[in-house]
Design a protein around this ligand. Structure first.
Ligand code: NAD
Length: 335
């Protein structure tokens, strides 16, 4: 089947081509992200393959439908960038990568926690300049701390497993609790307010939904401990960035580790090193010594990219063979 692959980078081509070996779909790669302005690139392809920052809103979906597209294959787990209701109404099938190495993302969250708690990002630069002073690098033991995990799905559970190894106390919150969470030592479910009140470190692993948009806002920050470390490797808009900046300025927030940012579409996955970045909110974030931002790279491991490519090709093959696809997603109206 002919597939137009949008937002494609060299690594996408490498891993998708490898997964497509012997399968034989015709993959046509396009650098731009998919939105209404780029949708006509799809040509006579029956499927589009898209990533986290492609925009599949009403305008884009209508053009895809007119162009004869039948299948939208997301090569990611999150699907907040697709208007599923409109896609369903237009008869477009949407499939995603339900799960891929959850270790990639959970381990990245641990990397952000350790970097911020032990200040590796500052030590790296300091030592390169011949400055071996330890002033300002004082950290703390993770073993003695309480970590709150919001969203105990695949990634949140792996994070809990890793943190158990550090000896942390672990507080979980989930709208749909996982019966296996209690298996971890020193782990218990609490209410969101209890998690906010007790956690020294809070890591967010729930999806971006209307009800979780700006979950971490000024009111939530007010309920947290002073010097709380916040980690977001899920979706940018789970955090109200302006409120977070106020929290950093007032020193309520001890440190912030982000792999995602609510306006990341204009920034991430491209080299802007010679450009003037116009996003003042993002630039303000980067001025804080206790903020660490990575550009949506938590998924970026060999294992995860192999899983993503294999499942994406398999999803496309299911559609081409008119088999039911276990990774299809549909709009579910609220009761
Ligand atoms: P998952 O579906 O396995 O787990 C999500 C958990 O969140 C579930 O247990 C669910 O019950 C819970 N949840 C749903 N609504 C909630 C709410 N209102 N409050 C609290 N919890 C709620 O998903 P996952 O594979 O663990 O991925 C989690 C998120 O990580 C994804 O939605 C995606 O946004 C993000 N992600 C980021 C990257 C990256 O590279 N940065 C990569 C993969 C996934």
């Amino acid at each position: 089947m002919k597939v137009a692959v949008f937002s494609s980078k060299s690594y996408d081509k490498k891993f998708l081509n490898a997964a497509n070996q012997g399968v034989g779909h015709e993959l046509v790669y396009y650098d731009p992200k998919l939105d209404a302005s780029t949708a006509p690139l799809v040509g006579d392809a029956l499927a589009v393959c898209v990533f986290v920052n492609d925009v599949l809103d009403l305008a884009t979906l209508e053009i895809l439908k007119q162009m004869g597209v039948k299948l939208i294959a997301l090569r990611c787990t999150g699907f907040n960038n697709v208007d599923l209701k409109v896609a369903g109404e237009l008869g477009l099938i949407v499939v995603r990568v339900t799960a891929y190495s959850p270790y990639s993302v959970a381990e990245h969250a641990v990397g952000l926690i350790l970097t911020l708690s032990r200040k590796y990002h500052r030590a790296f630069n300091r030592v390169r300049e011949g400055n071996f002073s330890l002033d300002g690098l004082l950290g703390f033991d993770l073993q003695a701390r309480t970590v709150g995990i919001i969203g105990t799905g695949k990634i949140g559970m792996v994070l809990a497993e890793i943190l158990q190894g550090f000896g942390c106390r672990i507080l979980g919150y989930d709208a749909y609790p996982n019966q296996h969470f209690g298996q971890f030592k020193k782990a218990e479910y609490v209410t969101l307010d209890e998690l906010y009140a007790q956690a020294d470190i809070i890591s967010i692993h729930c999806p971006l939904l209307p009800e979780t948009h700006h979950l971490i806002n000024g009111a939530a920050l007010d309920k947290m401990k002073k010097d709380v470390i916040l980690i977001n490797v899920s979706r940018g808009a789970l955090i109200d960035t302006e409120a977070m900046i106020e929290g950093l300025k007032s020193q309520k927030v001890g440190a912030l580790g982000l792999d995602v940012y609510e306006e990341e579409e204009e920034l991430f996955f491209q080299d802007l090193s010679l450009k003037i970045i116009q996003d003042d909110v993002f630039q303000r974030l980067l001025t804080f010594p206790n903020v660490l931002v990575t550009g949506h790279q938590a998924f970026f491991t060999q294992e995860a990219l192999t899983d993503i490519a294999t499942i994406t090709i398999s999803n496309i093959s299911d559609f081409a063979a008119e088999r039911p696809c276990p990774h299809e997603i549909r709009y579910i109206p609220k009761p």
